[in-house]
Design a protein around this ligand. Structure first.
Ligand SMILES: Cc1cc2nc3c(=O)[nH]c(=O)nc-3n(C[C@H](O)[C@H](O)[C@H](O)COP(=O)(O)OP(=O)(O)OC[C@H]3O[C@@H](n4cnc5c(N)ncnc54)[C@H](O)[C@@H]3O)c2cc1C
Ligand code: SF4
Length: 577
């Protein structure tokens, strides 16, 4: 910890008495919050879990008075580095999770920032209402983060983005005073959704236990599939509509086969699509599909030419891309394969990012259709919007946040989009372990499977069993993701080796070793095997705690106890003992 950071953390800890929520400054919690689902990694100063709104106010004032900054966070599934920085992280997901009011007559709901999008919809279901914008992460993404990123997803054609579905926001300005932002609700009822999955992603789903079962509707071994959802007045009109669509696609020879799905099968198909990003990480190669030009969007008319030209960029850089998702909105997700652990890969990262920005500008598109600009897109924003508009961005930021308290270094005032990448050049040491982890090529790579997508933060009410410890405590620390982040820090010796084996053992304490992550996590992180490895290392040099020792030697202990069975029986049946 730098002197300044430790001074701020120390001072903040002393402020605990003014907070109803919790303040944590220990290395393992800070390490857990050093990442979101993006490419970036920065150790924050401290984590605050606000319990009441006054906590937020005090935190802002503290940041202002101590010349530091704040990053708000909910599920931390952002892909562009929005939740990463040397700031105080304000995690709303622990306490500020209430649905305050549902008004079925006026069709609105009042919620706190930490309400999960799918849980809101479960609560809205009895009123025949939904909150439309949906991300692939909707079973853990929270409303605060959706507003922050202006999220949307596969239903953007029908429900647009979060912005169009928000009436009012109660928030705070950088001096700690309250603000109310009001927008008009606009709902677009275009009943359509068009989602793409290419062969590279489809093939990855074959090796994921859960997703392999969701491939039930795929015929043959297609190069790509397109998922289209239609609405109809009744079953008859819907059938007619789908029949006509299939016929015209067939006439144009766009398809060679199709499946029509109803009811729960639709959900299973979309689970397959939503797993897209995660399953991509099931690769041994260091040339990983990387998220830095992922959600570029152009006019739907321009999409074929845009993709053609993008493919030329890939070829000229000697790599290839993975293509999937929102074709219907002109926003096919693209991940170029790049190895960020070598200089050559970094060079490709730079060149592809710049060439893509130029291409998007040529088509008058958007560099980020839904994931947000964060750190990764910041260097290209001035180029995209022009110097005059960029100056306006800067003025808006300095007017509303004159002390640069909120999420600094993103969009304006950024440093570099390479400095804090979580993959470091030359940092590929192999750690000798008891278990081989041959499938991945070592324990670090087994841990690097975790993309930070936060699938392990879904709650029991939205389905699935991963991760039971998170479902029980709702604490980021007890998620598979937190374990993967901290254990990587431990094995890589990050932060001057300040993450110790004791921290590694502690974070695994509530891990049941149930292997739910192995099958349910899209990246198939196998935390149970990793736990075995960590505990083996620990118990090679440490004595086990008494209760663990007793359990481990259960049969030997029972054998000894059986020699004194009458005494033992007396002991356990006598109420006084
Ligand atoms: C596998 C995968 C698929 C994804 N698919 C999609 C997709 O289809 N569509 C899409 O739009 N996005 C997608 N994302 C990105 C991300 O999941 C969404 O943008 C999501 O809505 C973010 O929600 P969150 O709760 O994780 O927010 P976080 O990541 O925690 O925060 C998002 C932003 O909001 C800010 N914020 C959070 N809470 C507050 C608050 N209380 N006050 C002020 N600011 C706040 C944060 O500082 C940050 O800038 C995907 C991500 C992954 C990993
Ligand atoms: S093995 Fe551990 S980390 Fe994985 S789902 Fe089970 S409890 Fe969670």
């Amino acid at each position: 910890m730098s002197k300044n950071v430790s001074k701020i953390a120390f001072k903040l800890k002393k402020f605990q008495k003014y907070f109803e929520g919790d303040i944590l400054t220990d290395i393992s919690t800070r390490a857990i919050y050093s990442q979101d689902a993006s490419l970036y990694k920065v150790l924050p100063i401290a984590i605050i879990y606000p319990k009441v709104y006054n906590d937020v106010k005090i935190a802002i004032k503290f940041a202002k008075n101590n010349n530091t900054s704040i990053i708000a966070r909910t599920a931390g599934t952002s892909l562009s580095g929005q939740c990463v920085g040397e700031s105080i992280i304000l995690d709303y997901s622990r306490y500020l999770t209430k649905i305050i009011e549902i008004n079925p007559n006026e069709k609105y709901a009042i919620v706190e920032a930490g309400v999960i999008r799918d849980e809101l919809n479960i609560a809205l279901q009895p009123h025949n209402l939904i909150f439309g914008p949906n991300t692939s992460t909707s079973n853990r993404a929270m409303i605060g983060g959706m507003v922050g990123n202006n999220s949307s997803g596969s239903y953007s054609i029908k429900y647009q983005t979060t912005r169009e579905n928000v009436l009012e926001i109660n928030g705070y300005l950088s001096d700690g005073s309250e603000a109310l932002v009001s927008t008009k609700l606009i709902m677009n009822y275009n009943p359509n959704l068009v989602e793409l999955m290419d062969k590279a992603i489809l093939d990855c789903t074959k090796y994921n236990i859960t997703q392999n079962k969701n491939r039930f509707f795929i015929k043959g071994d297609p190069e790509a599939i397109l998922m289209i959802e239609l609405d109809g007045e009744d079953e008859e009109s819907l059938k007619l509509k789908s029949h006509n669509l299939i016929k015209s696609l067939d006439n144009q020879q766009y398809i060679y086969d199709y499946s029509i799905l109803y009811g729960n099968d639709i959900k299973r198909a979309f689970d397959l699509r939503a797993s897209g990003l995660g399953v991509l990480m099931n690769t041994k190669s260091e040339d990983r599909p990387v998220e830095f030009v992922e959600d570029t969007a152009v006019d739907i008319e321009d999409l074929p030419n845009y993709i053609k030209e993008f493919k030329h960029i890939m070829e000229s850089k000697g790599t290839e891309g993975i293509y999937y998702a929102h074709a219907g909105a002109g926003e096919i997700h693209i991940r170029p394969k790049v190895n960020l652990k070598i200089e050559e890969g970094r060079q490709k990262f730079r060149e592809i990012a710049l060439a893509t920005a130029k291409l998007v500008k040529k088509y008058k598109g958007s560099l980020s259709g839904e994931h947000g600009d964060g750190i990764v897109r910041s260097p290209y924003i001035e180029y995209m919007v022009g110097s005059r508009n960029y100056e306006l961005f800067k003025r808006i930021k300095s007017t509303w946040d004159p002390f640069n308290i909120f999420n600094p270094g993103k969009i304006v005032g950024f440093n570099s989009n390479e400095e804090n990448l979580k993959y470091k050049i030359g940092n590929s040491k192999t750690i000798p372990t008891n278990i081989g982890f041959e499938e991945d090529g070592g324990i670090i790579k087994a841990l690097e499977r975790c993309t930070g997508s936060g699938d392990c933060r879904k709650t029991e009410s939205v389905g699935g069993v991963m991760c039971p410890s998170y479902q029980a405590t709702k604490d980021e620390r007890d998620s598979t993701r937190a374990r993967a982040v901290l254990l990587r820090d431990y094995y890589q010796g990050n932060y001057d080796n300040s993450v110790k084996i004791e921290d590694a053992v502690e974070i695994l304490e509530l891990c049941l070793g149930c292997k739910a992550c192995k099958s349910e996590c899209p990246s198939s992180v196998d935390m149970a095997s990793i736990k075995t490895e960590v505990l083996t290392e620990y118990y090679n040099t440490h004595k086990p705690k008494k209760h663990i020792d007793r359990m481990a030697n259960y049969y030997d202990n029972i054998k000894i106890a059986s020699k004194f069975s009458s005494l033992y029986n007396l002991a356990i049946t006598t109420p006084l003992i």
